[in-house]
Design a protein around this ligand. Structure first.
Ligand SMILES: [Cu+2]
Length: 545
């Protein structure tokens, strides 16, 4: 196997995306998706990538709450994919163009026609467009609290390949409350995108064309899950970051296809968790380690001011698949290294730091937290492992596939409880578009009993979410043999959205479902209206022929 020396490359910091125009209260951006080259390690040659503006990691957006942002995400990619496309996967069939894209701002409160619906894809120059394509310029009103979202590809059938190829970046929302909290900023606010990769000897990224063994008679053939040999952060394998003796804010994203990360520091130091997927916590909590499932984010402070160790490693200990797969090895155990400089801090700085240390983060956001009794509906949603028509194991939601009729139709502005009942072997990170949610509880049940009778028989008490999950979330880790309940409000927009597992191989192979937020009058929904008009026109055209 390829050998990569650890901690020889400095941590790359993504560049901030600049708008090209500001008109009438709108900030306009243009991003080009380009094929380009990137070097993932000092000892590797360059690899082909797909990058937003050709960059790996993509440039990050930084916007204010309620700022009106418009982005044209231009596909200028080649026609042939450099990674293996399985044409038996839904939406990626032989008659579809290979390289299709559509962009989703993950965790964004976005109108349906700008949310990056998987069937709203388009090719280079909008030459060919998917059945749900309605607009070139996406609009983001950002009506949500300060947090770190991320944007990434969401194309039906090839999402796993496009994200792996590099189509992912940060999307930062700022607000006044965050500003008042006086958190470390500038050089001391660090974005970390953690992923896993395989490489050819020459440095080209490798994505296996088929599972081993492959008894399915399909080539290329989608994997059950992709797990890379090497861990990369911000596009470098095992980078290091020089830090001074002070507090740093790390905003960490798991952007891996399927790997979970359980992160800790090898000097035993704690992280002060200040935020979850959807924003800052009301009160920070200290933990020695935390789990980060694909697409989850965490906002932590690491205080290096008293670190006696000069080199501190960020470690991973999550099995793959999580929770009962292979243990980490010498390559998957390490993420990156912090090098604490010996530079003495000024006494003024020490004084400020001491004041800061004395007060724990305490924020009050003007948002209501919903109570269980506010929910008008409770939905039981099953996560299970089945076999597809080629005999490949695949995961389904409610034993339904992507193309089956919509079954989840919450009413606009209504509060619901969704409980995910997982009878598979793996933990699945479940993501619901449009909304933020709160975790209510996890509870173990008897899987055998469920398989025999279809009834949930609990074998334990309701557990509160983990201490660092008690904030606004948009991804929940649904563990095997457990029912996890979340509460959410389907607001402020109606229309067609999706909910899905965020392990990309699962999502691409049917572990994704459309859902509708239903307004009182369906015609009041512009997305529904436009679609109806488009469909009626094409029907009329067909009849006229
Ligand atoms: Cu999954």
């Amino acid at each position: 196997m390829l050998h990569l020396t650890r901690f020889v490359d400095p941590l790359p910091r993504p560049k901030k995306k600049q708008p090209f125009k500001q008109v009438k209260g709108n900030t306009l951006y243009e991003i080009k998706m380009l094929e380009s080259n990137h070097t993932f390690h000092r000892d590797l040659g360059p690899s082909t990538i797909y990058g937003y503006d050709g960059q790996y990691v993509a440039p990050y957006f930084e916007v204010n709450r309620n700022e009106k942002v418009k982005v044209e995400w231009k596909n200028e990619l080649p026609l042939k994919h450099f990674l293996p496309v399985d044409k038996t996967v839904h939406g990626a069939e032989e008659d579809k163009p290979e390289v299709r894209t559509v962009v989703h701002v993950h965790g964004g409160v976005t109108r349906a026609d700008s949310d990056g619906y998987p069937d709203a894809w388009y090719t280079n120059g909008y030459e060919v467009t998917g059945p749900f394509f309605t607009r070139k310029v996406y609009e983001y009103d950002n009506p949500q609290q300060a947090t770190m979202l991320w944007y990434h590809d969401h194309t039906v059938g090839i999402n796993r390949l496009n994200v792996y190829a590099g189509l992912a970046g940060f999307y930062i929302i700022r607000d006044e409350i965050e500003k008042k909290a006086q958190l470390p900023k500038g050089n001391e606010e660090v974005f970390l995108m953690i992923q896993d990769k395989c490489f050819f000897e020459n440095g080209e990224m490798y994505y296996p064309p088929e599972p081993t063994p492959n008894p399915y008679g399909v080539f290329p053939c989608i994997l059950g899950e992709f797990f890379g040999d090497f861990i990369i952060t911000n596009g470098k394998a095992y980078p290091y970051l020089n830090v001074e003796k002070k507090k740093y804010r790390f905003r960490i994203l798991n952007a891996a296809n399927a790997r979970f990360f359980e992160l800790s520091l090898d000097n035993g130091q704690s992280f002060e968790v200040i935020g979850t997927d959807q924003g800052l916590l009301e009160r920070s909590v200290k933990v020695k380690k935390f789990l980060l499932a694909p697409a989850e984010r965490i906002d932590v402070i690491i205080d290096f001011s008293h670190s006696s160790q000069r080199r501190i490693n960020l470690l991973n200990s999550a099995r793959a698949p999580y929770p009962s797969g292979d243990e980490v090895n010498e390559y998957t155990r390490y993420v990156m290294q912090f090098r604490v400089t010996s530079k003495q801090i000024s006494s003024q700085f020490a004084k400020e730091q001491a004041v800061h240390d004395a007060k724990p983060l305490f924020l009050q956001y003007p948002y209501d937290k919903w109570k269980e009794e506010d929910a008008v509906k409770e939905r039981a949603l099953l996560l299970s492992e089945e076999k597809d028509e080629y005999g490949r194991p695949y995961m389904l939601l409610n034993k339904t596939t992507w193309s089956q009729p919509v079954t989840e139709k919450p009413k606009l502005h209504s509060i619901e409880i969704w409980k995910f009942i997982n009878i598979s072997e793996d933990t699945h990170p479940i993501h619901i578009h449009l909304v933020k949610f709160l975790l209510l509880s996890r509870q173990r049940f008897d899987k055998e009993q469920y398989l025999a009778t279809g009834e949930v028989t609990y074998t334990g008490d309701k557990q509160r979410p983990l201490i660092y999950e008690r904030g606004w979330k948009d991804v929940v880790a649904a563990n095997p043999g457990e029912e996890v309940r979340v509460i959410t409000k389907f607001t402020p927009y109606s229309g067609r959205y999706v909910w899905h597992c965020h392990m990309l191989e699962h999502e691409d192979n049917e572990m994704m479902r459309p859902y509708d937020v239903v307004p009182k009058f369906r015609f009041a929904n512009p997305f529904y209206f436009i679609n109806t008009v488009v469909r009626t026109i094409s029907k009329v055209k067909r009849v006229m022929k």
